[in-house]
Design a protein around this ligand. Structure first.
Ligand code: HEC
Ligand code: HEC
Ligand code: HEC
Ligand code: HEC
Ligand code: HEC
Ligand code: HEC
Length: 235
C-alpha cells in the first residue's frame, strides 16, 4: 500500500477546504437552523462523516484523514473506495475479514501505517463500542420474557454475520424498538430468530414455546423483579 502525499497540490486544496469547513461547522453549531445549506458544502468536499450504517454510527472521518493525517485523495480514491457513499457496503465484501486481508480500511489499518483492526482495544475507535458480546439477552417487549443465550449461539459456531446485521442490529434493545414487527408472525415468516428457528436449521418457532419464553417468573428469577426494559448478562 502506498500513500502518496501530494502535499503541494491536493493537500493545499484540502487545507483551504478544511479551513472553510471548520468555519462552516462552527456556524452550523451556532445556528442549527441553517443545517441543510452547510451540509451541502460539507458533502461537496467530502468532509463527511461516512458510514452511518449498522453496526456503527459514524466511524470514518474524511477530515481527520485528509487534514490531520495528510492523506491525499488518491491514497483512497478510486483504488480502495469509490467516491460514493455506500459503494463499499454494496460490494458485499465489506467485512472485518476483508479488512484483515488488507482491503478497504485494512490497506492502512494493518498495525503498520495505522492502528490495526484485530486488537480488542481498537474496536471502540472505529465502532464507538467495545463490541463486547452480551452473554444473554432477555427480551421483554411485547411479551415478558424471551431468553436468547448469545454465548450458546456463538459457541455453536455461527459467525457474527449469520445474525448481524441482517437479522439483528448489534445493539441490545434494537429489535424491541420495532413494535409490531418483532412478533411471532415475523418469526414464522423467517425473520429474526425465525431465520433459523424454522424446524429445519433449529427447532421451529411454533414449538417448544417455553424454551424461548421463560415468562415473567423466569425473568424475575433472573433479575429480582427489576423493571428494566432490556436486560443483558455479564456486565
Ligand atoms: C483515508 C481514505 C480516504 C481519503 C484520503 C479520502 N477519502 Fe473520500 N471517501 C472515503 C470513504 C471510505 C468514502 C465512503 C465510500 C463508501 O461508503 O463506499 C469516501 C467518499 C467520498 C465521497 C462521496 C461522499 C458522499 O457523501 O457520497 C466524496 C465526494 C469523496 N470521498 C471525496 C474525497 C476527496 C475530494 C478527497 C481528498 C480531499 C478524499 N475523498 C479523500 C475515503 C477517503
Ligand atoms: C490511506 C490510509 C488509510 C485508510 C485507507 C484508512 N485510514 Fe483510518 N487512519 C489512517 C491514519 C494514518 C490514521 C492516524 C494514525 C493512527 O491513529 O494509527 C487513521 C486514523 C483513524 C481513526 C482515528 C480517529 C479519527 O477519526 O481520526 C479512525 C476511527 C479511522 N482511522 C477509521 C478508518 C476507517 C473506518 C477506514 C475505512 C473506511 C479508514 N480509517 C481508512 C489511515 C487510513
Ligand atoms: C479501522 C476501523 C475498524 C476497526 C479498528 C474495527 N472495525 Fe469492525 N468494521 C469496520 C468496517 C469499515 C466495517 C464494515 C462496515 C459496514 O458494514 O458498514 C466493520 C464491520 C464489523 C462487523 C460486521 C461485519 C463483519 O465483518 O462481521 C463486526 C462484527 C465488526 N466490525 C467487529 C469488530 C471488532 C470485534 C473489532 C475489534 C477487534 C473491530 N470490528 C475493529 C471497521 C473497523
Ligand atoms: C444467532 C444470532 C447471533 C449471532 C450468531 C451473533 N449475535 Fe450478536 N446479538 C444477537 C442478538 C439477538 C442481539 C440483541 C439484538 C437486539 O436486542 O435487537 C445481539 C447483540 C450483540 C451486541 C450488542 C451488545 C450490546 O450491549 O448492545 C454485540 C456487540 C454483538 N451482538 C456482537 C456479536 C459478535 C461479535 C458476534 C460474533 C462473534 C455475534 N454478535 C454473533 C444475535 C447474534
Ligand atoms: C443463525 C441461526 C439462529 C438464530 C438466528 C437463532 N437461533 Fe436459537 N438456536 C439455533 C440453533 C442451531 C440451536 C440449537 C438447537 C437446535 O438445533 O434446535 C438454537 C437453540 C436455541 C435455544 C435453546 C438452547 C439455548 O440457547 O438455551 C433457544 C432458547 C434459542 N435458540 C432461542 C433463540 C432466540 C430467542 C432467537 C432470536 C432472538 C434465536 N434463538 C435465534 C440457531 C439460531
Ligand atoms: C425461537 C424462540 C421462540 C419460540 C420457540 C417461541 N417464541 Fe414467541 N416470541 C419470541 C420472540 C423473540 C418474541 C418477541 C420478543 C418478546 O415479545 O419479548 C416473541 C413474542 C411472542 C408473543 C408476543 C408477540 C406476538 O406475536 O403476539 C407471543 C404471544 C408469543 N411469542 C407466543 C409464543 C407461543 C404461543 C409459542 C409456542 C407456540 C412461541 N411464542 C414460541 C421467540 C419465540
Amino acid at each position: 500500500m502506498k500513500i502518496s502525499l501530494k502535499l503541494v497540490t491536493v493537500l493545499g486544496v484540502a487545507i483551504v477546504a478544511g479551513g472553510l469547513q471548520l468555519d462552516k461547522v462552527a456556524q452550523a453549531t451556532a445556528e442549527p437552523e441553517k443545517q441543510p445549506a452547510e451540509e451541502k458544502v460539507l458533502h461537496a468536499y467530502g468532509d463527511t462523516l461516512i458510514l452511518k450504517k449498522e453496526p456503527v454510527g459514524n466511524m470514518f472521518n474524511h477530515k481527520s484523514h485528509v487534514i490531520e493525517y495528510e492523506l491525499s485523495c488518491d491514497s483512497c480514491h478510486p483504488d480502495l473506495f469509490e467516491r460514493k457513499r455506500g459503494a463499499a457496503k454494496a460490494n458485499g465484501d465489506y467485512t472485518m475479514a476483508s479488512l484483515e486481508e488488507g482491503m478497504y480500511c485494512g490497506a492502512c489499518h494493518d498495525g503498520d501505517t495505522a492502528f490495526n483492526t484485530v486488537d480488542e482495544d481498537t474496536c471502540i475507535t472505529c465502532h464507538g463500542s467495545d463490541m463486547v458480546e452480551p452473554e444473554t439477552v432477555v427480551f421483554v417487549k411485547p411479551v415478558k420474557a424471551v431468553i436468547f443465550s448469545h454465548t450458546e449461539h456463538t459457541e455453536m459456531g455461527f459467525e457474527c454475520a449469520s445474525c448481524h446485521s441482517e437479522l439483528f442490529e448489534m445493539k441490545v434493545g434494537a429489535a424491541e424498538e420495532q413494535p409490531g414487527k418483532f412478533t411471532m408472525v415475523a418469526l414464522y415468516e423467517g425473520k429474526y430468530c425465525g431465520a433459523c428457528h424454522n424446524g429445519d436449521d433449529a427447532f421451529a418457532s411454533d414449538t417448544l414455546c417455553t424454551t424461548c419464553h421463560i415468562g415473567v417468573q423466569g425473568f424475575e428469577r433472573m433479575h429480582g423483579g427489576g423493571e428494566k426494559t432490556a436486560a443483558k448478562g455479564h456486565e
